[in-house]
Design a protein around this ligand. Sequence first.
Ligand code: BGP
Length: 473
Amino acid sequence: QLKAFPKDFLWGSASAAYQVEGAWNEDGKGPSVWDEFVKIPGKTFKGTNGELAVDHYHRYKEDIALMKEQGLKAYRFSIAWTRIFPNGRGEINQAGLDFYINLVDELIANGIEPLVTLYHWDLPQALQDEYMGWESRQVIDDFVNYATVLFETFRGKVKYWISLNEQNIFIQLGYLMAVHPPAVVDPKRMYEANHIANLANASVIKKFHEMDMPGQIGPSFAYTPNYSFDSNPLNVLAAEDTEDIMANFWLDVYAWGEYPIFAMNYLKEQGVAPTIEPGDMALLKEGKPDFLGVNYYQTATHVFNPLNGVGMGKMNTSGKKGSSEETGMPGVSKKVANPFIDRTNWDWEIDPQGLRIALRRMTSRYRMPILITENGLGEYDKITETNEIHDDYRINYLSSHVKAIQEAITDGVTVLGYCTWSYTDLLSWLNGYQKRYGFVYVDQDETQNGSLTRYKKDSYYWYQNVIATNGEE
Ligand code: BGP
């Protein structure tokens, strides 16, 4: 017998500033690292960027009207730091702040709970130029200062805050795989920047609590649970080591203020462990979040990988199934296909049980409430001549994941809410506009040409019913 979803469960959906807003240089906004990065030829799919995106900046009322009609309970969005502080700090740009004041007011007026992400990857370029962004401890004060303005502005109005979105992703893709800014391959710099991001995250959470803010705050972690390919103990150990290096390495810090033992030893052996200064570990413990946010898309299955084995491969950003390269950590593990699991056209494994496993692992290790801040299916969608979008594949994906959440709740996990990725279609950082996630189709083709007209997909109506029945469908 499955337990029912809690009465006040936050049925939500999510987006991020750079991926939806557009208006990249309007009303005093300064450039972010992404505004600059997309100008480098070859960095994104066919040169797509978020300069116009889906023009949510000018169309937010229309988008919120669609949310209201659907019955959406919560909308997660991110604030662009460069709208508030065009150069990262200094004078507040009131016009930029006003946009978010209006957005939050409009959501609340329509009965939708705003869930605000402080940082979804769009670091002010000025701070990158001045002191190398996340590589300098100066970023900690600047981030706290920026967040404090938002806490003061939205005190009492915004009850759920996400500190950093997917620190594990922006750090690894930025400093190891070189596909996000600042696009370098340097593990030592990566772990240093990551440690500083941990300190910034803890500092902002600590500040939130010191200010006695009504509400809750936590980071969003991109959790890909790791499986062993089989019962060969070598492979089982490989999967456990991967879990330590790729997941516990962030989650243990958020929840406990400690780095996991095996992962840290591995980094020391590689000569890439971060520099820990006196006071750092105490600060990490003081910045304890109220919940853990999790972005769940897929699982990964591993075998042992010898020291001379495969390293970091290229990921599939083309949308051609099977085009991703082999990837692994020499001396630890290598990712292999899981014979029980199908994949998307971008080679992301579709594994609803993996979400239940993720929620249970996080709960048994940390015993904290969990907010699912992202989950969804990126696929090609077709619009018919009568403007319908029959995305049954997305409905299947989401509905099997909703079921897995209910199973996890029945198992004893505390889940505050569920945000699908994404509300409208939007820019996929590296995959352009052809990889769609939304309930709402946006007329924007892969060469960024389109009317930006919104159309409801079949999944829009499906979720409307999920919300109306509190998950019973
Ligand atoms: C997460 C990000 C989102 C979003 C999503 C889908 O990592 O937080 O911003 O983009 O993944 O990823 P993609 O666009 O690469 O398919």
